[in-house]
Design a protein around this ligand. Sequence first.
Ligand SMILES: NC(=O)c1ccc[n+]([C@@H]2O[C@H](COP(=O)([O-])OP(=O)(O)OC[C@H]3O[C@@H](n4cnc5c(N)ncnc54)[C@H](O)[C@@H]3O)[C@@H](O)[C@H]2O)c1
Ligand SMILES: N[C@H](CO)Cc1c[nH]c[nH+]1
Ligand SMILES: [Zn+2]
Length: 434
Amino acid sequence: MIVWNTLTYDQQKQALSRPAQASADSVKEKVSEIIRAVKARGDEAVLEYTRQFDCPSLTSLTLSTTQLAALAQQVNRETRLAIQDAYTNIKRFHCAQEQPSVVVETRPGVVCEQHTSALESVGLYIPGGSAPLPSTVLMLGVPAQIAGCDNKVLCTPPNAQGTIAAEIAFAASLCGIEKVYLCGGAQAIAAMAFGTQTIPKVDKIFGPGNRFVTEAKQQLSQRTDGASMDMPAGPSEVLVIADDQANPEFIAADLLSQAEHGEDSQAILVCSSQYVIEQTQAEVERQLQVLARQNTARAAMNNARYILTDSVLDAVKVSNLYAPEHLIVQTDDARALLPQIKNAGSIFLGAWSPESAGDYASGTNHVLPTYGFSRTCSSLGLSDFVRRFTVQEISQQGLTQLAETICVLAAAEGLDAHKRAVSIRVQSLQEAAK
Ligand SMILES: NC(=O)c1ccc[n+]([C@@H]2O[C@H](COP(=O)([O-])OP(=O)(O)OC[C@H]3O[C@@H](n4cnc5c(N)ncnc54)[C@H](O)[C@@H]3O)[C@@H](O)[C@H]2O)c1
Ligand SMILES: N[C@H](CO)Cc1c[nH]c[nH+]1
Ligand SMILES: [Zn+2]
């Protein structure tokens, strides 16, 4: 247990350091090598890496529409209904995010508009290294479908048998996704950014992934021949703020729910009660015993932090410093803390709002910024799948009214041609009026 108010500034930084960044340099180098290979050799390189990391016997990167439909058929009724229910809630929440066009007459005859249009071609990355994530298909596919993106390209790593989980195929079919490719990791991101003989080039790439995926997104977003990216959404993080009223069993379950994603997941409890921290630690140990992914969760819990603060408000300050992907608030009046919370990808208020609800079915998006990027990046939403553009239409009267302001500002900037583009019009109006 870490007692926050005894730490120096450097110790506080250390207490909130993220495990996934430790090996960043070797990951950077490996990812650069993969990107270079995909750029130079296209499909051949993607296939080579996919054989190396995912499926040694793979012969084709494509999953045909017939194969996709056959896989989707294999999903049992219970799972099918659950995927459909989650789809409905996610669709309801994301449909409500639609932005109406803005039309404003800033002064008579000067009409300014803002509209949106769907991105034409989007790449959806669905993680599959450690667990296939059909829920992520919904989180990316639903907003892409609502926005009306014409081209939806999905990449996900194949399993050792050279195929994908039936649930991924079913979720993809619900979202109207027909182009599915069997590749993962940095090679999949590079393939969608550059385009290969088989995999179409896309304008923007979405989706979470491990450190190789996240690094590839970062590197490719900085290249003129790359693609835009949604956000850095890497290894899962959860931070729980709790007080002496919180239930240690619930807290432990929430910490473990993210720890089981991967060894580099991070779980942090910041709590104003030493008793609750100690009970939670004991409970984590008890619950670990029965988890199927006990080894992964245990390894991640080695990076867990239990931080004792003087008050709940101090706990919020610690959380703001860390800027977690997910923040769960299990305190007496959780909503009352909301105005103090500055940085968090998605916030879960109260004892009955576990993070798993947002991961699967409540309706919010589970693709969220990690590594502290929740300070500046938003959780994924409909607006990420559209671009905004403005339109203006100015009448003779409108331009005449604006002319002096424009001409004075253009002169102040020493840009004569700008000034002339207005004055020439105003003069023509004055001459016509003579
Ligand atoms: N932040 C979010 O919104 C969010 C949402 C869902 C999942 N996640 C995270 O996504 C991650 C999924 O990771 P995953 O590993 O299960 O699947 P993944 O699909 O992201 O990664 C698997 C791929 O990693 C590549 N890879 C593995 N070892 C490699 C190596 N040594 N060198 C180069 N490439 C290598 C392989 O190409 C493989 O196909 C988890 O960390 C999970 O926490 C985050
Ligand atoms: N918690 C993950 C985001 O960090 C999303 C997820 C998918 N499936 C289960 N959980
Ligand atoms: Zn999760």
